[in-house]
Design a protein around this ligand. Structure first.
Ligand SMILES: [Zn+2]
Length: 135
């Protein structure tokens, strides 16, 4: 009979390494994107070409990472257009975890395991973010 006090059966605890391997996939994509781009755009959805404010349904699309058309100049863009992350190969979750790893001062190898990218990509992207933070 199984009971909570049954010590004969080992619990199926995940290993810490298994937890690290899945953390990026367990993040709320929408919440991460909203937080990241909210910071980048100082909470203002606007056209990167003419500065026209994005409003209503288009603003919801913008903050969800979708493509919108400017009512002022008709250019199409997303929240990442014309930002340092527009050509990034990292997902929003990976960028977020890279920032977290920098705050926690995790070494390159640990960060690579956490994010699921190689160590040279970690170094390259950290250097890029550090340069941006100094501006
Ligand atoms: Zn515009």
């Amino acid at each position: 009979m199984n009971s909570i006090n049954d010590t004969t059966k080992a619990p199926h605890l995940p290993t810490p390494a298994q937890a690290v391997a899945v953390v990026a996939g367990l993040l709320d994509t929408g919440a991460v994107r909203r937080w990241l781009f909210g910071h980048i755009h100082s909470e203002r959805a606007a056209c990167p070409y003419c500065g026209c404010t994005v409003e209503g349904k288009a603003a919801v699309t913008f903050w969800n990472g979708g493509r919108v058309a400017c009512k002022g100049c008709q250019h199409y863009f997303t929240a990442s257009t014309a930002t340092p992350f527009s050509k990034s190969k990292l997902t929003d979750e990976q960028t977020f975890l890279l920032l977290v790893s920098m705050a926690l001062k995790l070494d390159t190898r640990t960060t690579a395991a956490l994010i699921g990218i190689n160590t040279s990509s970690v170094r390259e992207n950290r250097a890029k973010i550090e340069a941006l933070l100094q501006n």
